[in-house]
Design a protein. Sequence first.
Length: 350
Amino acid sequence: MLLAYLAITKSVQNYSRAVIIFSFVIMVFLLPIAKLFIKKRLYKLGLWRRRAKVYSHNLFLQNEIFGNYYLGYIDAKERTPKTVFINSQTEELDTLKNIINKELRARHEVIFIPLIDSYDLTHSHIYSLSNTRTNLIVLKNRLKSKYQLYFKTLSDTLLLFIVFPIILPLLAIITYRIYRSEPSEPVFFKQKRMGKNQNTFVCYKFRTMTENSSALLHDYLLEHPEELENYQKYHKYKNDPRITPMGHFLRRTSLDELPQIFNVLRGEMSFIGPRPYIIEEKDDMGDNISTILAVKPGITGLWQVSGRSDIDFLERIELDVWYIHNWNLWMDLTILLKTIRTVLSRDGAS
């Protein structure tokens, strides 16, 4: 609209069109990021806060609502709330209708949490059929769109050009450190993983375990049988005796994943997506395998920024399915920024 106005008023020659377009592109990213920082600051100052009440027995949901400075809601406790959250998953239909009707008459704002939480409704279209008092919610699988897939591939390519020169020296340093600590052992760990359309590929990581350590693990599991239960739930051992001292550092910082940038170069992986599953996990993935393996696996994803070691295998699958159903470029950017924060804080890694 701005460029059209300048053209109509014949003043376009007085301004740099490149600067206008570049400024617009930059602000698309800067404005949302600025909102995050501004709201956080206002929340700490007590200016971005609203009293709220939550109808739910889900403590995790309550902590997410009251712990999210971006939303700005605080527990009303004994005071009158301005906003009420109603979780449809914890109430019967008739009870739910009564609660909504009562709160709509008394409150400034009522926020309804839908029964189905597997889809991000903020990116859907809603149509109203007034004659039948019905709403139609249109859901789209964006990763089935060739244009969306093109933009995801383009974002991977751009990110590769940006980060590769930065990562390459770091790869060289870590390679040298691993080689110096154990010159007779390989630097990289290679393992077959399941990729897009169930095609297997060799996934690269820095080696973090001792080689030929089956006997070591066998003896350890005999002494710590509780680790078997932990592995069945999380598909990893809590205190794996095979991990080297250098391996502990690489895992805590997630730097052991860096060699997967070569998988991105080969087109086998994406920067952001579901983590690549090992072949032995195929049966455990159940009916969700076709959904998860419809896209390229990623170096990082929702699992890495959502607790990682604190999330069991089934929850990890749910996260991956949710990501695929609700994917958009802004989500990828958010996951990327959260990954950097997670790596720097070493939160959830093991």
